[in-house]
Design a protein around this ligand. Structure first.
Ligand code: AMP
Length: 509
């Protein structure tokens, strides 16, 4: 190695160990910074490397988080270089579970800063401190989203290397964002050992043994950290290298096994990738939901034996359910005593899932919180969601082109259901069950589709436009959609561009 490189490496090591160990002890008087182009509104928090401010962009009015670093002197130049490089790298990524970076620059006095997406909420460390420990369902749901984000980051060849509760931001509506790529490294850089070999960087409690030993790491180091994160969410305890079984804290055996696998010293014994672990956790979520529903079903079946009056009356007493009788808006042969419970769980498919993770054909991308699809040909995007037996889908979409159609695919007790929305109205794919009406291109439509064990209901802007008994429907979907093995929610477009502004699933019990 050239002498210059050695010196640079030494300096980099010094800088990073400074950056990671320096703590601002308690409240520190910080002058309100002068950020060109922004109004500083408040201090959001202080971390080991500087202060984070809430600021508003003058021109756009958008609220952002600005992180000012306290690097000084000779350290600053190298730090800025690294920060800009990381900014460039992370700016390539637009993922709902990764905090967005808008800019990386220096102030006129040389202070480095990052302009970041603002998350209104709190970080996971504060949540755990406040709630002591989280329910298994919430902990898994957060971990799955963290893993979705990490999976996208790993796909860029970047290892986060500092996954911990303080670096997981929790926003409104279940939003989860992984942040702070301050010590992240590109995987190829790790392999080439250009910098830092022999130096442990990161946060000790969450660090994999190989990272703590300064050995080379890959994405499985992040999986170890997610294991510690899960352990802490589920038990309320930050384990320090010793992991008692989580079953002691009421955690299921299956989850205990998975978490302990993540915490194996040997990376080969851990789940192979973030996507793999996310899949296994989703399976657990799905199974525990099914388990819970089984009991409810048994109660309902028993009650059904006693006649529908008893059913309705008893459900009133049993749970906080609303029983509604609605005026018919479409003639139907189905007896319409609608028992509509409150939705109990919801997934925002535009938030928790990456386009990267879904099975996709055609060109899809995300922009400003919406999901977009190009206009030509045939396109489908499938969301790897755990589908309950009874649920509702809230969809808000705009068909871009005059011709063409939009289809949602929904698993039901009778098989996969395809509901097409075209200029002519709604059509259940397979049979000739249709509801004719004009659905124009360029118009934003709010649709709700409810699927129960027996019935399909479609609502347009809160008006019910279609009710069908599932059993009576012919659900054979045309070959061209290639959805033979599909058992998850999907949306497709044919010969038309599509903008999806809302795509939300809720369980109906
Ligand atoms: P950090 O220096 O990244 O550890 O951040 C210090 C504090 O600022 C943390 O407690 C976070 O809760 C808060 N914070 C950091 N980034 C953001 C953000 N993008 N939006 C909202 N709060 C943030």
């Amino acid at each position: 190695m050239a002498k210059d490189d050695t010196l640079r490496n030494e300096e980099a090591q010094r800088l990073l160990s400074w950056a990671l160990t320096e703590k601002l002890d308690g409240p520190v008087e910080v002058e309100e910074p002068d950020l060109p182009g922004f109004d500083v509104l408040a201090v959001l928090g202080r971390g080991g490397m500087g202060t984070v401010y809430l600021a508003r962009h003058h021109g756009l009015g958008r609220e952002v988080a600005v992180k000012l670093f306290t690097a000084k002197g000779s350290e600053q130049e190298l730090f800025v270089e690294r920060l800009k490089r990381e900014g460039r790298l992370m700016a390539q990524l637009e993922h709902p579970n990764v905090l967005g970076i808008y800019d990386a620059d220096v102030l006129s006095d040389g202070t480095p800063y990052l302009v970041l997406e603002y998350v209104k909420g709190e970080d996971l460390q504060k949540r755990i401190a406040r709630e002591k420990k989280l329910s298994q369902r919430e902990a898994l749901s957060i971990a799955i989203r963290v893993l979705n984000g990490l999976s996208a980051v790993h796909a860029l060849g970047v290892i986060h290397r500092d996954v911990k509760p303080a670096n997981v931001l929790l926003g409104e509506g279940g939003c989860v964002k992984v942040t702070d790529f301050g010590v992240s490294k590109e995987a190829h850089e790790e392999r080439l050992s250009l910098t830092m070999t022999g130096t442990a960087i990161g946060t000790m409690e969450y660090m994999s043994p190989e990272q703590a030993n300064g050995e080379s790491v890959d994405e499985r180091a992040d999986i170890y950290s997610v294991g510690v994160l899960l352990y802490e969410m589920l038990s309320g305890i930050t384990p320090r290298g010793a992991f008692e079984p989580l079953t002691k804290y009421g955690v299921s055996k299956q989850v205990n096994r998975l978490v302990l696998r993540c915490l194996q010293r040997d990376p080969n014994k851990r789940p192979a990738s973030a996507a793999n672990l996310a899949r296994q956790l989703r399976k657990v979520q799905r199974e525990s939901r099914r388990g819970g529903r089984g009991d409810v079903k048994k109660v309902s079946i028993a009650l059904l034996g006693g006649g529908s009056c008893v059913l309705v009356a008893s459900l009133f007493i049993l749970r906080e359910m609303r029983v509604e009788t609605r005026p018919e808006q479409e003639p139907t042969g189905i007896e319409e005593v609608i028992v509509r419970p409150e939705p109990v769980e919801e997934w925002d498919l535009l938030d928790g899932y990456g386009v990267e993770e879904a099975r996709v054909s055609g060109k899809w991308w995300r922009h400003a919180g919406a999901l977009l699809c190009e206009s030509s040909g045939w396109a489908l995007i499938q969301f790897p969601t755990d589908i309950p037996t009874e649920y509702r889908l809230d969809l808000e979409y705009t068909r871009v082109d005059k011709g063409g159609n939009v289809v949602v695919f929904l698993p039901t007790s009778q098989g996969l259901l395809g509901v097409e929305m075209s200029a002519d109205g709604f059509l259940v794919l397979g049979g000739n069950q249709r509801r004719e009406m004009r659905l124009k291109e360029g118009v934003d439509y709010q649709i709700r589709i409810e699927v129960t064990e027996q019935v399909l209901r479609v609502f347009l802007r809160e008006r019910r436009v279609m009710v069908r008994a599932l059993e009576a429907l012919d659900l054979s979907i045309p070959e061209e959609w290639q959805v033979k093995d599909l058992n998850e929610v999907a949306i497709g477009a044919q010969e038309s561009g599509l903008i999806v502004n809302k795509f939300q699933l809720r369980t109906l019990k």
